[in-house]
Structures are given as structure tokens and as C-alpha cells.
Design a protein around this ligand. Sequence first.
Ligand code: ZN
Length: 130
Amino acid sequence: MRKVKKIVGIAKGTLDFILEACKSNHPREFIGILSAEGELITDVFFLPGTISSDESAIIRMDMMPMGLCSVGSVHSHPHPAATRPSEQDLLMFSKTGEYHIITFFPYTEHNWRCYNSKGEERELGIVERD
Ligand SMILES: [Zn+2]
């Protein structure tokens, strides 16, 4: 069984990178897998074969790199009103970890939320690193 890591936050540089990637993909949906170094989310991986559309984002779990320790996922919602996870999102959340970021247009530092694997909103701190 995979050990569930305790996460204290996301590195600011990682969040900035995610928001930039969402902006450059807009109006297409951006999707990736989050991984952590210790207690901090520090990396985002784009998975080959990821299907994305305006409606939903589907991760191909068979394309997950071996040894990648996934703590959650990130994807964008191109419609600013849609901040809540969809049914499809919840299915994907349950397979990829405990921390799931949804960003939404226009993808500023305020346009994101973090959810747990059940789709309940949760706190995620932003940590500045040198
Ligand atoms: Zn979604």
C-alpha cells in the first residue's frame, strides 16, 4: 500500500509555473500530476496521452512513470465560474492522491483552489524557497 505523505504546501515557483502553463494552454485544459519533495509539492509532470477538452480531463494511469510518487493532480477550468470539481474530476482525484489543484481563468495567483480526494476544499500553503 502506498504511504500517504503529509503535505504542508506548494513551492511558490511550482505554483507560478502551473499558472503560466494554464495560461498558455487556454482555452484548452491543462492537466498534470503533482509530486512532492518531503512535505512540499515541488514538481508537476505532464503525462503523455492525457486527454483534455473543455468538458473534462482524463489521466491515463498506465502512462504514469514508474517510481513517480504522486501526491495529487492539477488541472485548469477554462470557464471562470467552474471552480468546483466535476464528476469526472472526482474519479481522477480518487486515483491520484490527496491534493488536487483546480485553476480557473484568468489564472492569477488568486484563481485556484485545492481539494482533497473527495472533492472537499482544503488549505494549501504557498512556500517561498531560495
Ligand atoms: Zn475539472
